[in-house]
Design a protein around this ligand. Sequence first.
Ligand code: PLP
Length: 432
Amino acid sequence: MISGGIVESRFVAGFSLVDHHLQCDGVDLGAIAAVEGTPLYVYSAELLRARFHALDDAFGTYPHALHYALKANSNLAIGRLLHGLGSCADANSIWEIDVARRMGFRPDQIVFTGVGKSPEELERAVTLGLKAINVESAGELARIEALAVAHGQPARVAVRINPDIDAKSHPHISTGLKINKFGVPVDAARELFTTLSGRPYLKLVAVHVHIGSQVTSLEPLRGAAEFVAAIAVELRRMGMELEYVDVGGGLGISYDGSPVIEPRAYVEAIVDAVRPTGLPIVIEPGRSIVGPAGVLLGRVIDLKPRNAISDFAVLDAGMTELMRPALYGAFHRIEPLRASGAEPRHYELVGPVCESSDVVGRDRMLPPLAIGDVVAIRDAGAYGSAMASNYNRRPLPAEVMVDDGHWHVIRRRQSIDDMLALEFGGKGAPVR
Ligand code: PLP
């Protein structure tokens, strides 16, 4: 990690205005942007810790494991920090498993989800001996069994059941309805269970559900936990004892500042639902841990009139760095780094990418912006950097973590040479 500056100031965990300046864990974001440039992701180590502990502590003495969903943000430094706090991992591809291993997670601390796992991915997963492969279909289960037999190594599996529960989230991130591609319908799962006792190379360790992401009402989450608990009871009656139930991730965060489900209320609801089974609970939170702990800093690079009341503010950060607004119409708060008492103006904040959907913030009131001003796009820690792309040949931004009054570059900015390193410039790949 490359060390940056040290800035003395009053310490507040996370992002807050101190003396009219937006800070991260007590460090001035303007100072970081001045040194590291923009676009830039900045993460608060203290808020990451606080958000992990808020969920973990809420379980009290109830047996549980938090499997951080790497898909939300798999930067090595973030994963290592969470691993150090006692987190386990939820990986969605064999490459996320490799990253998890480099973060320090042991195979028995990793669950492997994913609606389409290739033969190569399944083979690695079986031979690694993961805590569980979360199985998405009868066919996948059969392929896992064949690999387990071939390697003489029984596989630990959890069946992901589609509970047909409406998460009431955005349709693109709802996964628990029959019409969604995820999981095994409950009747088909029951049929699978009846065959499992005669299959010595498959060890059923859990049942799994994940109904969606950015879920902001408690009832669907409680319903999903009740659902897996009921299946666990059914299985016990059939003489099949599970090791745990996995209720997935999905706890929503507040993107607009309005109240959302508190971690304590969420954990209370799932523990109440599962307690009658006595089984440990696995959760797979991603967004709720890392989302609010990151911002994306973007600089105003152009201003131009839009209509009689509004201007376009063109930022150097857009859909390539934060895809959520273009992909889901998602809302993120946007704030200048320096608070001002000036009369706000109406802006459409857009990115530099050659797409009309590259709008970061629609219809916003902000203090008058000038070219060169830096703004913070809040709650960009989850599904920001993880979904970034090189579209328009834009390099991936640097990532910075603030910890204990210092900032560290945890990923350097991509260079044009990095970007072109995989290409052969028209000469073609070497013949093999
Ligand atoms: N687990 C699974 C199976 C997922 O598909 C996802 C994301 O959609 C997660 C966990 C993490 O969800 P979230 O980031 O909303 O907590």
